[in-house]
Design a protein around this ligand. Structure first.
Ligand SMILES: Nc1ncnc2c1ncn2[C@@H]1O[C@H](COP(=O)(O)OP(=O)(O)OP(=O)(O)O)[C@@H](O)[C@H]1O
Ligand SMILES: [Mg+2]
Length: 426
């Protein structure tokens, strides 16, 4: 059993650096949870508080149902992998992995007998692991990680990815119920990172434990997580499956953080007439029909300044004029192999990115998608996202989650800048 539960957790460094605020989260046994967010948002601090490497200013942390606030790291049944894997350079890989086991003690039941040899009681004593037990655990971890053949080598004789696997092996051998990883892949090159990501997905199937993984990379979060916890300025912005975050971001911050290239935005105004809701985008009136229009009607959303978002992959393009389509000019074409990223500009100056799969295009068509070409873009209202310009909260969202809306609202109302940027399109 290794549920992890954080209730009202807060961390203040020194007198006034508030790194984490009112963090509430219940992580299920064997769940893979990823903390993601920009640099300085409090991911490592939260992980280190769970590990017991940082004191908690306020709140409670439970691991396996037990409050661990005052327990030392070694007593919390956790193991941790850091970004800087710090292997001992003069030890063999075997000794590097075995090292934590040499310090470990395991509880054993020892019978207490009387002078006639009858068992009167059972006492729990802690004993060291035997050399054989250590060798077995190292061999098992090495096999799972595919590093058996390197056990006799020294760290300098391994590649970055292999060293990272050794660091994971060193944490694995403890058989802890919670596995904490802080940016374990960030000092690997892009190709190795992607390989290690798939290996972590495989590893997760083989070791039956709870994972809490910290990264600032949304791709890692999307590919690894059962649930993502997205943070900003020490506050949870949203908790959900990768699909939930992608399809229904609670606020503009989440919308722009998840997805690559990031979501395009238009600052405009939501209007309402007898037929329903509509927006005016670069001179083109787009009616909001279908499910989204229905939700607006049900919630009786009032006309207001909004930020409209549409993901690059949800935009279609054509070379024919059409009253529904927004005219644009291609500025830059990036060939990503399986798709193009077209950086386009509307007549009213908005810069957008359109992602188009390479496949349906013939070589002759591709030739035409060059800088300076005029194209027309369209998208369905079913793939658009609507955020309040004032609070940046998703107007379609059901949740009135206080930490999300309050924080964002405070920031945007204290700063005049975002409002000044609002441009009404008529
Ligand atoms: N020991 C410390 N003393 C004072 N402030 C600290 C300390 N450690 C972290 N902070 C501050 O707390 C905030 C959160 O830091 P944290 O290391 O948790 O961020 P992070 O999300 O892990 O960022 P990164 O992606 O850069 O690793 C930051 O503003 C940071 O400057
Ligand atoms: Mg960090």
């Amino acid at each position: 059993m290794a549920e992890v539960e954080l209730t009202g957790v807060k961390k203040v460094y020194g007198k006034n650096v508030v790194a984490v605020k009112d963090f509430n989260l219940k992580i299920k046994d064997k769940e893979f949870v990823v903390f993601v967010g920009p640099s300085g948002c409090g991911k490592s601090t939260t992980l280190r508080m769970i590990a017991g490497l940082e004191d908690i200013t306020e709140g409670t942390i439970k691991i396996g149902g037990r409050v661990v606030n005052d327990l030392k790291p070694k007593d919390r049944d956790i193991s941790m992998v850091f970004q800087n894997y710090a292997l001992y350079p003069n030890y063999t890989i075997f000794r590097n992995i075995a090292f934590p086991l040499t310090l470990m003690r395991i509880p054993v039941e020892v019978p207490v007998t009387d002078k006639d040899g009858n068992v009167r009681d059972v006492k729990i004593k802690n004993r060291k692991l035997t050399s054989q037990e250590i060798a077995d655990r190292v061999a098992n971890a090495a096999e799972i990680l595919g590093i058996t053949e390197y056990l006799g080598r020294r760290p300098r004789e391994l590649s970055g990815g292999q060293k990272q696997r050794v660091a994971i092996g060193r944490a694995m051998v403890k058989n802890a119920s919670v596995f904490l990883l802080d940016e374990p892949l960030s000092n690997l090159d892009a190709k190795l990172r992607s390989q290690m990501r798939s290996e972590l997905i495989e590893l997760r199937k083989k070791i039956d434990t709870t994972f809490i993984y910290v990264t600032h990379d949304q791709v890692e979060a999307m590919t690894l997580a059962d649930r993502i916890v997205i943070m900003k300025d020490g506050v949870i912005q949203q908790v959900g499956t990768p699909t939930e975050l992608f399809d229904m971001p609670q606020n503009l911050f989440v919308a722009e953080f998840i997805g690559s290239p990031k979501m395009n935005i238009f600052r405009t105004r939501l209007e309402r007439d007898a037929e329903g809701y509509f927006v005016n985008l670069c001179g083109v009136v787009k009616r909001i029909d279908g499910a989204r229009g229905e939700i607006f009607r049900k919630k009786d959303i009032q006309p207001q300044d909004i930020v409209l978002g549409v993901r690059p992959e949800h935009i279609s393009l054509s070379n024919h004029e059409n009253p529904e389509a927004i005219p644009c000019v291609i500025r830059v074409r990036e060939n990503m192999g399986s798709s193009f990223h077209l950086h386009v500009q509307t007549e009213t100056g908005e810069e957008l990115i359109v992602r188009v799969p390479t496949a349906p295009f013939t070589a002759a068509q591709v030739e035409k998608l060059v800088s300076g070409t005029r194209i027309y873009i369209t998208f369905e209202s079913g793939v658009t996202h609507f955020f309040s310009a004032e609070t940046e909260v998703n107007l379609l969202s059901d949740s009135d989650d206080a930490p999300v809306s309050v924080t964002v609202a405070e920031e945007s109302s204290s700063a005049e800048e975002p409002r000044k940027k609002l441009r009404r399109i008529s």
